[in-house]
Design a protein around this ligand. Structure first.
Ligand code: MSP
Length: 487
């Protein structure tokens, strides 16, 4: 089976921050998990480079938009391996392959009669690159997301006939209750559609930094249409000489933050219908990471948790683990450096790291490093039984936090098992040899199981431990502490 997962493509007018890392890590966890299950996986991330915000930011720095985009796209690209992210391709919307395919798809939308020319006037947020409708605008005429003043804009545009898809979208939501997940965001999207859809502007005339409208060369496409199409265009040119579209389209999961829900759950399916393309299976909408003050993290509010600080102090896998563990994926949650350190000490160092090091140490001390080739303890087997299937079922529904919790319960169970069996006591009495063999074999086997399931969350650490545990029958080897105690 094919599994195609995407992240939003990130604006290059800002530096990479924790929010970007969060979505990308979550998508990576799903991609790695599916690869472990032997699925045919394609995982896409990248940068959104056109539009007014980038053109404005470039101008402010005395650069051409492409220069700014090149510089900042590089930062996002470099961030991926740093986070342990295993994307199969990194798309940039300034790629020629992308631009050509955007033109091809939108020309089809035009030919199918879903565009018209018209005058647009409304309240516009330059940071969102989006017009706001009356009921979303905050008091004082502020953007509901950025809380900055909106601007009155009027222009002659090409429009996309979103209104033509009112019924088709209502039917989609009636027929596919898991098109948008979790349910709270499904309901939000459905309610937005139920209000009645208006046509949306598809092009910009004043702007040059974008993909040229093929039937009206004085216009470029509105950045959101160009951006959304990345999910489709990438498959056409990610592998030179090979078109992956048939293999991976439609996407299994688009993972997004709730700030861009409307574009992905209303505009995007309508656009795909207009272009006669298949719709994605699911759009999964996650919540916001909030600063200690309970507000969405943003540089201007100064409440940001710095991912680089976390990685430098505690390691990349600690960051991945923390983000998937501390905030239930799909809900909002507060994050902060103190909480990261607490999870690191209590769970990574004391529970998981400790379980690994004492298991290996006991096999070395009592059995010269060779894992006893005996059957595992049925009492423990029962408690680990079905775990991989349960984890897989949760991951199928994009619930990494719940999956991680199930795995962690077993990490704790294994630590308790060490206390219950007390191998150091069994080792004193030769009559307990069989019991000791069984306890050690069970611990190693249990650790192998949880370690495999934890791999998508903490790829580097679990690889180390897997090497230390050796193949069944082979010798275990001591490791440096997986998560060293902090001074
Ligand atoms: N370029 C558009 C997306 C186009 S997709 C076709 C965009 N870019 S963005 O750089 O602003 O990234 C927004 C995304 O970053 C959010 O949807 C979310 O995935 C992530 N996050 C940014 N800040 C975040 C938090 N504070 N919390 C959680 N996720 C956050 O929008």
């Amino acid at each position: 089976m094919s599994f195609y997962v995407t992240t939003p493509i990130y604006y290059v007018n800002a530096e990479p921050h924790l929010g970007h890392a969060y979505t990308t890590i979550a998508a990576d966890v799903l991609a790695r998990h599916m690869r472990q299950r032997g699925e045919d996986v394609f995982f896409l991330t990248g940068t959104d480079e056109h539009g007014e915000p980038v053109a404005d930011a470039a101008r402010a720095q005395g650069l051409e938009p492409k220069e700014l985009a090149d510089r900042n796209a590089e930062r996002f690209k470099a961030l991926m391996p740093r986070l342990g992210v295993s994307n199969d391709f990194f798309i940039r919307t300034s790629d020629e392959g992308h631009e050509l395919r955007v033109q091809e798809v939108l020309q089809r939308v035009h030919d199918n009669g879903y565009t018209h020319k018209g005058l647009y006037e409304g309240w516009y947020c330059p940071r969102c690159a989006d017009f706001k409708v009356e009921n979303e605008i905050l008091e004082g005429c502020l953007c509901p997301i950025h809380e900055i003043p909106l601007e009155r804009h009027q222009e002659e545009n090409w429009f996309f006939r979103l209104s033509a898809f009112q019924e088709a979208l209502e039917r989609l939501y009636a027929e596919r209750p898991d098109f948008v997940m979790p349910p709270r965001h499904f309901n939000e999207a459905r309610a937005f559609i139920a209000q009645g859809l208006q046509d949306v502007s598809l092009s910009r005339e004043r702007l040059k930094w974008g993909v040229t409208v093929p039937w009206d060369a004085g216009h470029v496409f509105y950045v959101w249409f160009d951006a959304l199409l990345n999910y489709y265009t990438a498959l056409g040119y990610a592998r030179p000489g090979e078109d992956l579209t048939g293999r991976f389209w439609p996407a299994t999961y688009h993972i997004i933050g709730k700030d861009i829900l409307k574009f992905h759950t209303v505009f995007w399916p309508a656009l795909l219908m207009a272009a006669e393309l298949a719709l994605p299976h699911h759009v999964f909408v996650h919540g916001f990471l909030l600063g200690a003050d309970g507000r969405k993290m943003s540089k201007s509010l100064g409440n940001v948790l710095d991912p680089f600080q976390v990685m430098e102090e505690l390691g990349d896998d600690a960051l991945r683990f923390y983000l998937m563990r501390d905030v239930a994926f799909g809900a909002d949650g507060t994050v902060g450096m103190d909480a990261v350190r607490m999870r690191y000490d209590a769970e990574l160092a004391n529970e998981y790291g400790n379980l690994a090091s004492r298991t290996i140490a006991m096999v070395q001390r009592y059995r010269d490093g060779i894992v006893p080739g005996v059957a595992t303890d049925p009492e423990l087997d029962v408690e680990l039984e079905g775990l991989p299937q349960d984890v897989a079922a949760l991951m199928d529904r994009a619930q990494p936090t719940q999956a991680l919790e199930l795995i962690w319960q077993r990490v704790r169970r294994l630590n308790r098992y060490v206390e219950e069996r007390a191998p150091w006591q069994l080792a004193r009495d030769p009559a307990d040899t069989a019991k000791l063999d069984q306890a050690l074999a069970s611990l190693v086997e249990g650790l192998r199981t949880v370690n495999t399931l934890l791999h998508p969350f903490m790829p580097a650490t679990t690889d180390k431990l897997r090497a230390g545990l050796g193949a069944p029958g082979a010798e275990v080897t001591s490791l440096e502490p997986l998560f060293p105690k902090r001074g």
